[in-house]
Design a protein around this ligand. Sequence first.
Ligand code: NAD
Length: 340
Amino acid sequence: MRVAVFSAQRFERDFLQESGLLQEFGSVDIDFLEARLEADTAKLAMGYDAVCAFVNDSICAATLKGLKEGGVRCLLLRCAGFNNVDLAAAAEHGICVLRVPAYSPYAVAEFGVALLLALARKTHRAYARVRDGNFAAGGLTGFELHGRTVGVIGTGKIGRLFARILAGFGATVLAYDVRQSEEAIKFGCEYVPMDELLSRSEIVSLHCPLLPSTRHMIDAEAIGKMKRGATLINVSRGELMDTRAVVDALKSGQLGALGADVYEGEAGLFFHDLSGQVLKDDTMMTLQSLPNVLLTPHVAFLTDTALGNIWTTTFNNVLDFDKAKDSEELLNQLKNQVVA
Ligand code: NAD
C-alpha cells in the first residue's frame, strides 16, 4: 500500500522515526508531503492507494474528485473530527474514509484544564514578567476553581474527563449535551438546559463536535446570557464560537477571559511558523494583544501517548483497508468507523 501523508509536520516524522513505528509498519510505503490537502493539491496523490489527511485539510467534493481521478481509494484521517470531509462526496466516489475515533481524550481534557488554570492564576503573565526581570505581583490576583460553577457543553469522551477533573477540584459541574451520560451524572454532573448552564456558570468549556447545529453556538446572544466576567474555554473547534462576538465581549468585559486551542479560520495559520510575517488576520491580531486571552495553536492533542495511538491506529487502518479493499461487505464494515 502506498500512502501520501499530507500536511506532514516535522514533529510527526521525528516521532515516527524515534518511536520505531515506521520500522514496525514497514510494509506500508509512506511519503510525507508538506502540502495541505485541498482541491489544488489532490493531484499530488496521483498513483497512491491512500492519502492521509490532517485536521485543517479541506476534503471537499472537488478534492475528493481529484483524489478519485488519481486512483486513490482510501482517505485516512489522523484526527478524530471529520467536519472537514464531504462524506457524501466520498461515498459517491467510492473513497473509504477511516479515522482515529479516540487517541487520548486525556491529552485534550488535561490541556483544557491547563488553559483554565493558567488564566485563573494568570500564570502566563507571571511567567512573562519574571523573564523580563519584573518580579512585581500587582495585577496577578486570580481566582480559585474550588467552589466555582463550571458549565461543560458536550459530555462525550473529552468533556466527561474535563468535568471529572473539575469535580476533583471541588467545582460544581453543570452539563449540557443532546445525550446525557450516566457516568457523568454518577460523578456529580448536573444536566441543565443550555440557557441555565450559561447563566449559572462562571466558567464555560466547549467539548462538542462542529456540526451545522453547533456552529457559532457561542454567539453574541449566548454570551449575553453568560455571567459578566465569565471565562470561556474552547479546545474543540474554533467555529463553535462567533469569534467577532467573543472579541467584542472580551473588550467590553462581558467575557473575563478566553482560553482557546482552536480558532475560526485557523487553517493557513496554525502549524506554520509565521513569526517573520505581518499577519493579515485582524481578529487574530486583536486576540494576540488582549492580556486576558491565552491562545495555543491546536496542540491540545499533542502528547507522546496520543501521537503513538494516532499513528498506530492509522497504520492499522491502512492494513485493514488493504485486506478489505476487494470485498464490498468488508469495506462497508470498515466504513462504519467514520461516524461510529
Ligand atoms: P465525543 O464524540 O466523544 O463527544 C462529543 C459530545 O458532544 C457527545 O456527547 C455528543 O452527544 C455531544 N454533542 C453533539 N451535539 C451537541 C450539541 N448540539 N450540543 C451539546 N452537545 C452535543 O467527542 P470527543 O472525543 O469528546 O471530542 C470532542 C471534540 O473535541 C471533537 O469533536 C473535536 O472537535 C475536539 N477535539 C479537539 C482536539 C484538539 O487537539 N484541540 C483533539 C481532539 C478532539
